[in-house]
Design a binder for this molecule. Structure first.
Ligand code: ADP
Ligand code: MG
Length: 285
């Protein structure tokens, strides 16, 4: 199996006409949680999603619902379709059939990748992509601003509220002591947290995180579990992870993906005892 993650991360956006027909029109500002999530508390609806690559079904009739404020773990062996699922949600890849709604009214399949990025859906790829030549603080500042060209001199212009938010995020990601440190000199784990922090600067309602603990030390993994847990409630967080121990430490609602479909879903304790899950997961990981 090919690891396409790096390639996909760098891929150009697939162009789509900007025909957005929903009650928000073209969004200059992300919808609020209240606007988006109405009576049933669901923020993301994926129904019967199928996506083939040359006849191979990377996603096969996949149905998944994510609730507002939920921390959902998606596990599954390599090649199960986890990253592809995130590609569909963020508009990087179009499914052949099925539907994907953000809240009850926003049809993600009618929107381009840049449009989806304005909706309050933040995505963390597997590899950290921080600005290595800039400080932790500058990275967070850049993430907050929409005009990235003039950002180097922006710190002076931050409002009190923005400064507070930066402080808050530094604290959440455990980098309070190193705001002036060059991002390039951070540990691998710290870079991953900084990138999560950069996403947080945009106050996403839905945060998608792909294999956050790959390459992390045990200690970094534990801190990451803590960080993601602390984000739930305020944000809906979907964490894709291959590492069972990490998922165990989060111990939330788990969806097991296998060959592009949902194999099982439920509380971690129940899932880990499921004989089919054990067979599939342990047999092929
Ligand atoms: P996971 O993230 O669960 O490891 P992926 O979503 O990356 O799995 O991949 C699911 C399957 O789809 C794999 O077999 C992978 O090789 C295949 N795949 C993913 N992207 C492409 C692509 N652009 N072209 C062809 N096959 C792909
Ligand atoms: Mg993957």
């Amino acid at each position: 199996m090919i690891d396409n993650d790096a390639a996909r991360q760098n891929n150009a956006v697939d162009g789509r006409p900007d025909a957005v027909q929903n009650r928000f029109g073209f969004l200059s500002k992300p919808p609020s949680r209240e606007e988006l999530v109405t009576n049933n508390g669901i923020i993301l609806y994926l129904e019967d999603v199928t996506l083939s690559f040359d006849g191979f079904k990377a996603l096969n009739d996949l149905t998944l619902y994510v609730e507002v404020g939920e921390l959902r773990c998606i596990i599954g062996p390599n090649g199960a379709g986890k990253t592809t699922l995130m590609d569909v949600i963020t508009g990087k890849t179009r499914p052949d059939s099925g539907s994907a709604f953000y809240g009850q009214t926003i049809d993600l399949l009618q929107m381009s990748e840049p449009q989806i990025a304005t909706l309050g859906i933040g995505r963390k790829f597997q590899k950290p992509t921080v600005f290595e030549q800039h400080s932790v603080l500058e990275n967070l500042e850049l993430a907050m601003k929409s005009d990235k060209r003039v950002w180097v001199s922006l710190f002076k212009q931050l409002t009190g509220q923005e400064k507070d938010r930066i402080e808050e995020v530094l604290n959440l990601i455990g980098l309070t002591d190193s705001p002036r440190k060059m991002a390039g000199s951070l540990s691998h784990g710290q870079k991953q947290w900084l990138e999560i922090g950069m996403l947080l600067m945009q106050d996403p309602l839905l945060l998608l995180v792909d294999e956050p603990v790959a390459g992390m030390t045990q200690q970094e993994s534990e801190a990451t579990a803590e960080l993601l847990t602390s984000l739930a409630g305020e944000h809906s967080v979907v964490v894709v992870e291959h590492d069972m121990e990490f998922v165990r430490s989060i111990a939330r609602q788990v969806t097991v993906l296998h060959e592009g479909s949902v194999l099982a879903e439920g509380a971690f304790d129940v899932i880990q005892e499921d004989p089919i899950v054990r067979q599939v997961y342990l047999g092929s990981s």
